[in-house]
Design a protein around this ligand. Structure first.
Ligand code: ADE
Length: 268
């Protein structure tokens, strides 16, 4: 998978060099390219913002640098398939597909549709994503319209709060997407029981987990986990997931399919 990120704070994205995403990059499973938006400005001050039409507080990001940046990135994908860094399809994992395809444009904004596990799964199946984290009051609307005519554009919010910019949301989204790519998580089963993962436990939050030692500060672990009885352990995990969901996210219970509930759940 290829990811391009255009930002005025490239250093904000340095966490993409560490841990799961950093390793996926090093292994050639992820081709991440970070671009400085100011490289597509032409004035002495590398201006990327201006005052809003109609008045009001704050500044708006100018359309011209975004247009030039996005044209250049999209164009880079319609060439020979050689990314120039020697990484293109080195692992035979489909980077070449990205070169031929058009990217999905992901625009982080508090006014967007919610970023959910379902959207993470959908985006993880695309060969190429371009992220446009904005600062100030956002990007001139005409940029979204312009690329909406040519590309699949997703305006996405990571939650009902306002951050100072879209870089932190990009870190969140890239991590959620990257861990779904084949071979990126050590144990392929690790996301099977994730909260929000599709399957029998869909719409239930993940329950509590324990490891050694069996006693810590006078606290033990639930006996059932030592019983070796897989059926009972699965039942206990489901009950705990249900309990935690009722407590922390009752909205998810209302959304869930009642057919997936047990008689016991309905009595809770
Ligand atoms: N930019 C600022 N706040 C944001 C949010 N909640 N989600 C996505 N992008 C943002």
């Amino acid at each position: 998978m290829r990811l391009d990120i255009v930002t005025i704070f490239p250093e904000y994205l340095e966490p993409l060099n560490v841990s799961l995403v950093g390793k996926a990059r090093a292994r050639g499973q992820l081709d991440v390219r970070i671009h400085d938006l100011r490289e597509w400005t032409h004035d002495r001050h590398n201006t990327v913002d201006d005052t809003p039409y109609g008045g009001g507080p704050g500044m708006v990001m100018k359309p011209e640098p975004w247009g030039e940046a996005l044209d250049s990135i999209i164009e880079s994908g319609s060439g020979s398939g050689d990314s120039g860094d020697g990484s293109a399809d080195a692992s035979g994992d489909g980077f070449d597909g990205a070169e031929a395809a058009r990217p999905v444009l992901v625009v982080p904004t508090p006014s967007g549709k919610p970023f959910t596990q379902q959207l993470a799964v959908e985006l993880s199946e695309k060969p190429w994503l371009v992220f446009t984290p904005a600062r100030y009051e956002g990007i001139d609307r005409r940029v979204i319209e312009e690329y909406g005519d040519r590309l699949d554009v997703r305006e996405v919010s990571i939650g009902d709060y306002v951050l100072a910019g879209g870089e932190a949301p990009v870190l969140v989204m890239v991590e959620a997407i990257a861990r779904l790519l084949p071979g990126v998580l050590g144990n392929a089963e690790s996301h099977r029981d994730d909260s929000f993962a599709p399957g029998a436990m869909a719409d239930l939050l993940e329950g509590p987990v324990y490891t050694k030692p069996p006693q810590w500060r006078g606290r033990g672990i639930p006996d059932v986990l030592l019983s070796g009885h897989h059926g009972k352990i699965a039942r206990w995990r489901r009950d705990e997931a249900f309990r935690r969901t009722v407590e922390n996210r009752p909205d998810l219970i209302h959304r869930a399919d009642p057919a997936a509930f047990d008689k016991k759940d309905r009595e809770t």
